[in-house]
Design a binder for this molecule. Structure first.
Ligand code: FAD
Length: 637
C-alpha cells in the first residue's frame, strides 16, 4: 500500500499557506448540498462541527454523553500552548515546532507539527473572541505558565479548568449552529460501525443508547473526533466513557491504525490506593511550575515528609535534568519516578509514590498566591486523599493519560479511506512518541477550527458525485452485524462481570506494555490476550436488556473491542525494537537509562492493516523525513 502523506513541497514555513491556496474550494451556494457526519463533540468534534456548519455544510453531530458539554475534553486542567510570545522570553512558531518534534522523540511529521505551531496563535484569538476566560495579568495581558519540555512560558490557562472553559466556547459556537438548524445534534448515540462503499467512507451505524434502536446515516464525508483509548489499561486519568470503539471498528473496515503502542504515562497523578479503584486522578502538570518533586535519599525511610531534613531529600529531577528540572517532559519524569520507587525510595502506603512539595512555592508566593493558581486542584486532592497539600506535600505517581497513536491520517487529516477524516486525540498526527503538556487541546482545536474546514472542501469538491443512501446493501449488512453483536453480548449465560475482564486485561497491559516493555513481557501478553478474549465470549454476564439505557451493555461492547485492540498494541510495541518517548523497551536504553532510538531502522510511522481477529495485522511503513531538524539524542540535562 502506498501511504501518501500529501505533504506540500517547498519551505517548511510556506507549506500550509501554499496548500491552502492549492486546495479546491466548494462554492458557497453549493456547500449546503453536502452532508458531513461528525462523531464526537469534544474540543475537536465541537469545533469542527460548528466551523463546518458556519461554512454552510449540513452537519450531523453525535456523542454518547447526554450533552456535548460532557465530552472528556472538559476534564483538561492545565492549559493550552500557543506561540504568542507574550512573555518576550524567546518563543516563536519555530521554537514550538522544535520543542514538539523533540518532545515526541523525532517520531512525528515535521510538516504537520510546523502547521500546528503556526495555527496555535489563531486558536487563542478565536477563543478570546468567544469569551473564554483565560487568566490575565494585572495589566490585562493574557497570563502564561510553563509546561514540561520547554524553557519558555507559552501555556494559556483558565485556573485548573482550561478544558472546561474551552469546551464551553466551542459548545456555544456549536449551539448557535444547532439553533440555526445547520447542525443536528444526536446525544446518547454511539457509533458502532463505519460503512464503506467501494472503498469510500459513506456513513455510520448508530445505536440509540436510550432505546437500543439501530439507525444508519449516509453522508458525503465522515469525521471521527472520538478521543483516545487510554482506558484499554483499565485504570487511567481519562473519563470512564473514553474508548477505542469508533476508531477500532473503522480499522476493522480498512482504516489503518498508526503507532498504537505510543501511549503516554503522566507523572503527576494521585497514586493507586487499592484493587477496587476504577479511575485515577490527574494532578495537572502545571503544578510542577511551583511544586518540587522529591523522595528520601535513603531506602525505606518511613519518616513523615516534614521530619525529613533537606539533606536527606533527593530532588531527583532537578539533580538529573538541571536545565529543565521539575519540568522535564512526561515520559522522562514518569520513568524517573518509577526508577526511584523500584529502588525502594517510594513514599506512601505501597511505596509507589513520590512527593510534590509546595513549601518553597508557598514561601515565595504565599498560600493565597498558590491558591489563586491552583486552588481547585488542591481542593480536589484534599477531597480524594484527606490530606491538605498546603501543609504537607502531595503524593503522586505516574498513570496512563493520553494516547499518541490513533488512525493514520495524511496532511489533510484524511485516513487511507477516502471520505473518512480523523481529528483530535483519535488520530496519530502530531505528537510522535510523546506528547508535550498542553499540546492536546492545541491540536484538537487546530484540527477542528482551522485545518479540517479547509482540507475537507478539497475532498468534497473532487470526490465522485455518486450519492449513496442507507438503502445500500452495505448499510444493511453493517446494521445486521451491530444487532447480532448486541444480541450475542446479552445472550452469554456467563458468570463474570465485564469489569472483571477489563480489570484483568488492564493489569496485564500495565505490567507488559506500560511504562516499560520488553520482548518477553510483550510475548507473554500476546499469548494471554487471546485466552482472556476467549473466556470473555464464553463466560461474561451482561445484565439488563437492549431496549433501555444499559451502561453494562455499552461497556461490554467497548471491552470486547479492547480485547482485540490490545493485541494490536502489543504487536506494535514488539515490532518497534527501539525505545522512543513513552515507548520504553528495556532492551534499548543508553548507559544512563534514557530511551535509545534506532533512527536507521525505526524512523517511520507504523500503520497497521486489519487482517482478521486473532491474526497478526499487516504493517505498512510511512518513512519520516527530516529536512529541517537534525535527528539528535533528546537531551534535557
Ligand atoms: C485529566 C486530564 C487532563 C488533561 N489536561 C490537559 C491539558 O491541560 N492540556 C492539554 O492540552 N490536554 C490535556 N488533556 C488531554 C486532552 O484533554 C484530550 O486529549 C482532549 O481533550 C481530547 O479531545 P477530543 O476532542 O479529541 O476527544 P474527547 O474530548 O475525548 O471527545 C470525544 C468525543 O467523542 C464521542 N465519542 C467517542 N466514541 C464515540 C462513539 N463510538 N460514538 C459516538 N460518540 C463517541 C464522545 O461522546 C465525545 O463527545 C488532559 C486529559 C486528561 C485525562
Amino acid at each position: 500500500m502506498n501511504l501518501d502523506a500529501k505533504i506540500p513541497s517547498g519551505p517548511l514555513a510556506e507549506k500550509w499557506q501554499k496548500r491552502k491556496f492549492e486546495l479546491k474550494l466548494v462554492n458557497p451556494a453549493n456547500k449546503r448540498k453536502y452532508s458531513i457526519l461528525v462523531v464526537g463533540s469534544g474540543l475537536a468534534g465541537a469545533s469542527t462541527a460548528a466551523s463546518l456548519a458556519e461554512l454552510g455544510y449540513q452537519v450531523k453531530c453525535f456523542c454518547f454523553q447526554d450533552s456535548p458539554r460532557r465530552a472528556h475534553s472538559i476534564s483538561a486542567q492545565g492549559g493550552i500552548n500557543a506561540a504568542k510570545n507574550y512573555q518576550n522570553d524567546g518563543d516563536s512558531v519555530y521554537r514550538l515546532f522544535y520543542d514538539t518534534v523533540k518532545g515526541g522523540d523525532f517520531r512525528s511529521r515535521e510538516a504537520n507539527v510546523y502547521r500546528l505551531a503556526e495555527v496555535s496563535v489563531q486558536i487563542i484569538d478565536q477563543c478570546v473572541a468567544q469569551g473564554v476566560p483565560f487568566a490575565r495579568e494585572y495589566d490585562g495581558h493574557l497570563a502564561n505558565r510553563s509546561f514540561g519540555g520547554s524553557q519558555v512560558s507559552r501555556t494559556f490557562y483558565a485556573r485548573g479548568q482550561t478544558g472546561q472553559q474551552l469546551l464551553l466556547g466551542a459548545y456555544q459556537a456549536l449551539s448557535r449552529q444547532i439553533a440555526s438548524g445547520r447542525v443536528q445534534m444526536f446525544c446518547r448515540s454511539e457509533m458502532l460501525d463505519l460503512v464503506v462503499v467501494d472503498g469510500i467512507a459513506k456513513g455510520i451505524v448508530i445505536r440509540d443508547l436510550v432505546t437500543g434502536k439501530i439507525t444508519s446515516y449516509a453522508a458525503d464525508a465522515v469525521v471521527l473526533a472520538t478521543g483516545g483509548y487510554s482506558n484499554v489499561f483499565y485504570l487511567s486519568t481519562n473519563a470512564q466513557g473514553c474508548n477505542v470503539t469508533a476508531i477500532y471498528r473503522a480499522y476493522k473496515k480498512g482504516a489503518l491504525f498508526a503507532n498504537p503502542c505510543f501511549t503516554q504515562i503522566h507523572p503527576t497523578c494521585i497514586p493507586v490506593t487499592g484493587d477496587v479503584q476504577s479511575k485515577l486522578t490527574l494532578m495537572s502538570e502545571s503544578l510542577r511550575n511551583d511544586g518540587r518533586v522529591w523522595v528520601p535519599k535513603k531506602k525505606g525511610d518511613t519518616r513523615n515528609a516534614a521530619d525529613i531534613p533537606e539533606e536527606d531529600r533527593d530532588y531527583y529531577l532537578e539533580r538529573k535534568y538541571p536545565s529543565f528540572g521539575n519540568l522535564a517532559p512526561r515520559d522522562i519524569a514518569s520513568r524517573s519516578a518509577k526508577e526511584v520507587c523500584d529502588e525502594g525510595r517510594g513514599v506512601g502506603e505501597f511505596g509507589r509514590g513520590v512527593y510534590l512539595d509546595f513549601s518553597e512555592g508557598i514561601a515565595r508566593l504565599g498560600e493565597n498566591g498558590v491558591r489563586e493558581r491552583y486552588g481547585n486542584l488542591f481542593e480536589m486532592y484534599e477531597r480524594i486523599t484527606g490530606e491538605n497539600p498546603y501543609h504537607q506535600p502531595m503524593r503522586i505517581y505516574p498513570a496512563l493519560h493520553y494516547t499518541m497513536g490513533g488512525l493514520w491520517v495524511d496532511y489533510h487529516l484524511m485516513s487511507n479511506l477516502p471520505g473518512l477524516f480523523v481529528i483530535g486525540e483519535a488520530n496519530f498526527s502530531d505528537h510522535g512518541a510523546n506528547r508535550l503538556g498542553a499540546s492536546a487541546l492545541m491540536q484538537g482545536l487546530a484540527d477542528g477550527y482551522f485545518i479540517l474546514p479547509y482540507t475537507i472542501s478539497d475532498y468534497l469538491a473532487t470526490m465522485p458525485k455518486t450519492k449513496v443512501t442507507t438503502d445500500h446493501p452495505e448499510f444493511k449488512k453493517s446494521e445486521e452485524e451491530v444487532k447480532n453483536l448486541t444480541q450475542k453480548l446479552l445472550s452469554i449465560p456467563g458468570k463474570r462481570s465485564v469489569r472483571s475482564f477489563h480489570h484483568e486485561l488492564g493489569a496485564l497491559l500495565w505490567e507488559t506494555c506500560g511504562m516499560a516493555r520488553n520482548e518477553q513481557g510483550l510475548k507473554k501478553a500476546l499469548s494471554k490476550i487471546p485466552q482472556i478474549r476467549e473466556e470473555f465470549w464464553k463466560n461474561v454476564r451482561v445484565l439488563g436488556g437492549n431496549e433501555s439505557l444499559n451502561p453494562a451493555l455499552e461497556k461490554a461492547g467497548r471491552v470486547a473491542d479492547y480485547l482485540e485492540f490490545a493485541e494490536l498494541m502489543c504487536q506494535d510495541a514488539l515490532e518497534r525494537r527501539e525505545s522512543c518517548g513513552g515507548h520504553f523497551r528495556g532492551e534499548y536504553q543508553t548507559p544512563d537509562g534514557e530511551a535509545k532510538r534506532d533512527d536507521a531502522n525505526f524512523s517511520y510511522v507504523a500503520a497497521w492493516q486489519f487482517q482478521g481477529v486473532g491474526r497478526p495485522a499487516l504493517l505498512h511503513k510511512e518513512p519520516l523525513v527530516f529536512e529541517n531538524l537534525k535527528l539528535a539524542e533528546r537531551n534535557y540535562k
